[in-house]
Design a protein around this ligand. Structure first.
Ligand code: BGC
Length: 502
């Protein structure tokens, strides 16, 4: 073990402020995830933009599983994610060329514009363009914020600091659920308040992006060594930062030789990181989490709750989500990433199977569940959300932000963000149709994925806790039983070894 783990650092007030302000990018993302499900369940909104869906909802007793199946309605939710796929790649370039801080500023500006347009929408196209702007904001924010947090955090707290992003995602979802619960009682424009309040987290992030520092890594990578060292001293709260500075400098010298990060990413030695980053995000979505986050009010209506009770149940799952993310903050740098992921697979698998079994055996096309069964469904939805929140939720963002060497970091992370967005889009777009056609079977479908991802984590995911971000190649990938075979071209072009940099 090298001395590099013992970099000097103290936690200063300024650095805490930077963490929290940057993490408010998560608030923005979370608010958006949480708001659309509730809005699309509001009658006033449906009457104005989707009268046919509203009509069908009135005759809901005809078919429990299919009452909301409408491609346009789903497009409202999912258009944001399509825009974000594209935006994350552009953001990766902006992040490398101009830094993490300006990328965050751009994110908040897109988001502000999107919130204003969607809240004031008179026609469906305004609604969709508003969603696209929000999507651009999410693409830029989700690219820059987790990278910012992982780069600025002291190594021994990196997991916890990065998870602040996910914590604020969950807070954003919860606030959105509460807002929807309240605005659903404001007729006929409650939904406009819901969509407009997205401007609040965007404002926080906008101000935040002016106050926060740039990361030393990004400054040094762009040749601003003196400024980089100065910021490093400021955020570590100590004068002697030479060892850490040298390590970043070493990584950045190597990174500067790579002119085409996306091409570099296609090399054999980049495959392990790329596969892990993308698959964590794919798996994250195939847990089925967003079926619950977007559509829990709809889902709870499906099992027989009335409108308000459904929104209230969504608030309960939201609280469980926030509290369980705190567990992850405490455990991630102690227990490590792998244990959390594996434990959660077991809990999520059991929960999905039980929910599926209850619906399969008791929810017919018409009629509703008995009270006890409906409560059981809510309980197991909570057990599922709990496990997700301390594992695949936060770690889906943390691990991809810490495993790439500097030369491919923003490009590699863009693949993670865009995979998240693509599969979130897919689930948002097809979930209601799948519910309509597969009925309870959809929960078994998610359970099968959870089993698969458990094996993936068991055999292919290396542990990254407490390893400095710029020496992952030597310490993690070259040591891994399977992935080390991919490292044959890792030293070509003097790739980052970092082991010599103590
Ligand atoms: C995921 C989102 C999800 C949220 C739930 C995030 O990590 O990327 O898709 O809705 O967690 O808390």
């Amino acid at each position: 073990m090298s001395a590099t783990e013992n970099f000097n650092s103290k936690i200063t007030i300024y650095v805490i402020v930077c963490w929290i302000l940057a993490a408010s990018g998560g608030l923005m993302f979370g608010y958006d995830i949480g708001i659309s499900g509730g809005v699309t369940a509001m009658d006033d909104f449906l009457i104005e933009f989707f009268p046919k869906v509203h009509e069908r909802k009135l005759h809901a007793k005809e078919n429990n599983y299919c009452k909301y199946d409408n491609q346009y309605l789903q497009l409202f939710t999912s258009s944001l994610y399509l825009a974000a796929i594209f935006a994350s790649f552009v953001a990766s370039k902006v992040c490398t060329k101009f830094g993490r801080k300006p990328t965050i500023l751009v994110a908040s500006s897109f988001f502000l514009a999107g919130a204003a347009l969607s809240a004031g929408a008179k026609k469906i196209w305004m609604l969709i363009v508003g969603r696209i702007l929000l999507g651009m904001g999410v693409g830029f924010g989700n690219e820059a914020v987790p990278l910012f947090l992982s780069e600025i955090a002291p190594v021994k707290y990196r997991g916890a600091v990065n998870i602040l992003f996910q914590l604020l995602v969950t807070v954003g979802i919860l606030i959105a659920n509460i807002v929807n619960y309240l605005t659903s009682m404001v007729h006929p424009y409650g939904w406009r308040i819901s969509l407009g309040l997205a401007g609040v987290p965007a404002c926080i992030l906008f101000i935040g992006s002016i106050v926060i520092t740039e990361t030393p890594t990004s400054l040094i990578e762009r040749g601003k060594d003196v400024a980089g060292k100065k910021i490093l001293k400021q955020i570590r709260g100590v004068e002697d930062v030479d060892a850490e500075f040298e390590q970043i400098k070493f990584a950045s010298d190597i990174a500067s030789q790579v002119k085409h990060p996306f091409k570099e990413l296609m090399k054999l030695s980049s495959m392990p990181q790329l596969i892990i980053a993308v698959m964590l995000q794919v798996f994250q979505q195939f847990t089925g989490i967003n079926a619950i986050m977007f559509y829990s009010p709809v889902l709870f209506q499906t099992v027989g709750f009335k409108n308000n009770a459904s929104l209230l149940s969504a608030v309960i799952t939201g609280i469980v989500n926030v509290l369980s993310t705190l567990v992850s903050i405490v455990l991630v740098d102690k227990a490590g990433r792998r244990k959390l992921l594996l434990q959660a697979c077991v809990q999520m698998f059991i929960s999905q199977v039980i929910i599926g079994a209850i619906l399969q055996s008791q929810l017919q096309t018409t009629g509703s569940l008995g009270k006890t069964s409906a409560i059981m469904v809510v309980v197991f939805v909570c057990a599922f959300v709990m496990a997700f929140a301390w594992s695949w939720g936060p770690l889906g963002w943390l691990i991809p932000s810490e495993i790439f060497p500097l030369e491919t970091r923003t490009a590699g992370f863009a693949f993670a963000v865009s995979s998240n967005m693509f599969f979130t889009f897919l689930i948002a777009q097809v979930f209601l149709s799948m519910l309509c056609h597969m009925r309870a079977g959809i929960f078994f479908f998610f359970a099968a994925w959870i089993l698969f991802m458990g094996f993936f984590a068991l055999f292919l995911l290396p542990e990254t806790k407490n390893v400095p971000i710029d020496v992952m190649l030597e310490r993690v990938w070259k040591q891994h039983r399977i992935w080390r075979r991919f490292m044959v071209d890792a030293d070509e072009g003097n790739k980052n070894s970092g082991a010599n940099v103590a």
